[in-house]
Design a protein around this ligand. Structure first.
Ligand SMILES: Nc1ncnc2c1ncn2[C@@H]1O[C@H](COP(=O)(O)OP(=O)(O)OP(=O)(O)O)[C@@H](O)[C@H]1O
Ligand SMILES: [Mg+2]
Length: 253
């Protein structure tokens, strides 16, 4: 059995004084796509943030292993360099930085270089923009500034493609995204996986439609900070049909 890319063992997490995650186990092997579902406030975004090392959260128990190594003490930067990629649920506009400038810095950091030639980045960038069906002019736009929902998604996928993550965490907000934007994500994930077949993906979503297109290997349902159920893609359909109520542990308010 190979070492998983990412493993969460009995992970307990607090934000300030509140307990958010209460013992989460998750194992992502090479090339696997895992979907994380669950009601609002269940802790899905917290899980993604804590894997990335967001300083607002404290791991009170349990472990996060990347390729078998405990990364508890690593900074978010070190985690990014080691190949954990997080596409934010609500990406912020970053004033004055263009898509290509941002990628140049991010790729250099990921490869452990001080700098990367503009030419080298551009070649990769143009190739990927072409693969993803993006207009080359997009590279000069300021990051997230006035991006439509679909453009934000394309930008996320582009970052994922160029940063060659070990594990990509995609926290998908569903509000305001039309079906085309969801397809951009789904197709983008498929295109990037074709090129990097070992990449592991954890995608957070409420949308069965997205999962139909991404076809996850496993679906997990997080409720009140615990994974209450894991299964194959049919679990997503069960939730679509019956909601989360039936999966809540009985007797818990
Ligand atoms: N920094 C924080 N301080 C205090 N509470 C927090 C913090 N971050 C998250 N929480 C709380 O933790 C719970 C889980 O939040 P989280 O954003 O992880 O949920 P979610 O599953 O991503 O929900 P959604 O589906 O709405 O995106 C919520 O009750 C939230 O208010
Ligand atoms: Mg969330």
């Amino acid at each position: 059995m190979t070492t998983p890319l990412l493993e969460l063992r009995n992970l307990h997490v607090n934000a300030e004084d509140s307990v958010i995650l209460r013992g989460v186990d998750l194992v992502v092997h090479e090339g696997e796509v895992h979907a994380l579902m669950g009601p609002n406030g269940a802790g899905k975004s917290t899980l993604a943030s804590v894997i990335m090392g967001h300083p607002g959260y404290t791991v009170t128990q349990g472990q996060i292993l990347l390729n078998g190594e405990d990364i508890a003490l690593w900074s978010p930067d070190e985690r990014a360099r080691a190949g954990i990629f997080l596409a934010f649920q609500y990406p912020e506009a970053i004033g004055g930085v263009s898509v290509v400038q941002f990628l140049r810095q991010a790729i250099a950091a990921r490869r452990g270089l001080d700098e990367l030639s503009v030419l080298e980045v551009r070649l990769d960038l143009m190739e990927w923009m072409d693969r993803l069906g993006m207009d080359p002019a997009f590279a000069e736009r300021h990051l997230n500034d006035g991006f439509s929902g679909g453009e934000r998604k394309r930008n996320e996928v582009l970052q994922m493609a160029l940063l060659t993550p070990v594990v990509a965490l995609l926290d998908e907000t569903d509000s305001g995204l039309d079906i085309d934007a969801l397809r951009i994500v789904a197709r983008g994930v498929r295109t990037v996986r074709d090129e990097h077949p070992t990449m592991g993906v954890v995608v957070v979503t409420h949308y069965v439609k997205l999962l139909e297109e991404i076809q996850p290997d496993q679906v997990h349902v997080l409720i009140d900070g615990r994974i209450e159920r894991s299964g194959d893609a049919s679990l997503a359909q069960l939730i679509e049909d019956h909601g989360y109520e039936s999966l809540r542990p009985s007797g818990v308010a």
